[in-house]
Design a protein around this ligand. Structure first.
Ligand SMILES: Nc1ncnc2c1ncn2[C@@H]1O[C@H](COP(=O)(O)OP(=O)(O)OP(=O)(O)O)[C@@H](O)[C@H]1O
Ligand SMILES: [Mg+2]
Length: 277
């Protein structure tokens, strides 16, 4: 297997004297692999993703994509954010085609190119179940629909690497389940390599071939878990004992590494003060 992404000893500190956001991060992701990233708030998940996307620089270490050091963002990498980030004044179809439109304006584009792009946009609309709302504006769509548009837009340029930062964080549990099966299906169909950040351990296990757990202060990789499930996932697997055991193990490790705990003495003090006033 060739590696799609190779991070070696990646370090990043945002300002002098601050604790490192990333310290000696080593992560190799194989072509076509789906890796999920979990960990306590502030452990550097978004920073790592943004650095791989080329949206942040790193201080030392190396990040190779297809064996070549990255130099800023590239068309082979697409990012999907939690807040959809659609253009509200463009329709669903126009949002999906937006990057292609920009490309067509900045360099020569044959009519054949435009036709191919239109065909791909139509196919993406279909696979994402967006054809009925193709001419609607983002403000007229539910959160789940908006996120499907954002994913379709990211896929429009045929990226080989999809970087997703808590993309389903704002969705309800049922919509999330649908999105999980959709993203697994589409990533396999498109042969995408995916790094997917989430706070939801169940989501991380269900989607990932490996779950990478990061820990904070400094931001680092703590443990990498192989998910003991077949590549084709089904919702009922979430109830299997192996799945539940792994979920428990990861949750305990996040708790242990987060440095956060409930201070019952402080809560009692607060409750006494509240009842005395
Ligand atoms: N632009 C920035 N400027 C300064 N510090 C930053 C910046 N972005 C992130 N940090 C710091 O880097 C560390 C890692 O932040 P990051 O956003 O990567 O964490 P995270 O794991 O994604 O957290 P969360 O789960 O809350 O999204 C934190 O200490 C954060 O305060
Ligand atoms: Mg984050």
């Amino acid at each position: 297997m060739t590696s799609a992404i190779s991070c070696r000893s990646v370090c990043k500190t945002f300002s002098a004297g601050a604790i490192a956001a990333l310290k000696d991060v080593d992560l190799v992701v194989e072509e076509g692999e789906f890796v999920t990233l979990v960990g306590a708030s502030g452990c550097g998940k978004s920073t790592l993703l943004r650095t791989i996307a080329g949206l942040e620089t790193h201080d030392s270490g190396s990040i190779l994509v297809d064996e070549r050091p990255i130099d800023g963002p590239g068309v082979e990498r697409a990012m999907v954010f939690q807040n959809y980030s659609l253009y509200p004044w463009l329709t669903v179809t126009q949002n999906i085609k937006f990057t292609r439109l920009l490309a067509a304006h900045t360099r020569d584009c044959s009519s054949a190119d435009v036709e191919v792009a239109a065909g791909r946009a139509d196919a993406l609309l279909k696979v994402m179940g967006l054809t009925p709302v193709a001419d609607a504006y983002p403000g007229q769509l539910s959160g789940g629909m908006q996120q499907r548009v954002a994913i379709a837009r990211a896929l429009m340029s045929r990226p080989r690497i999809l970087l997703m930062d808590e993309p389903f964080g704002a969705l309800d549990a049922q919509t999330r389940e649908v999105m999980h099966d959709l993203i697994l299906h589409v990533s396999r169909l498109e042969h995408c390599t995916v790094i997917f950040v989430t706070h939801d351990v169940e989501e991380a296990i269900y989607l990932g071939r490996r779950v990478v757990l990061m820990a904070p202060r400094p931001g680092r990789i703590d443990t990498v878990y192989e998910v003991p499930l077949p590549a084709a996932r089904t919702q009922d697997m979430k109830h299997q004992s192996g799945f539940l055991r792994l979920k428990q193990e990861i949750l305990e490790r996040i708790r242990a590494t987060s440095g956060l705990k409930t201070d019952f003495d402080l809560l009692q003090q607060l409750s006494r003060q509240t009842t005395n006033t």
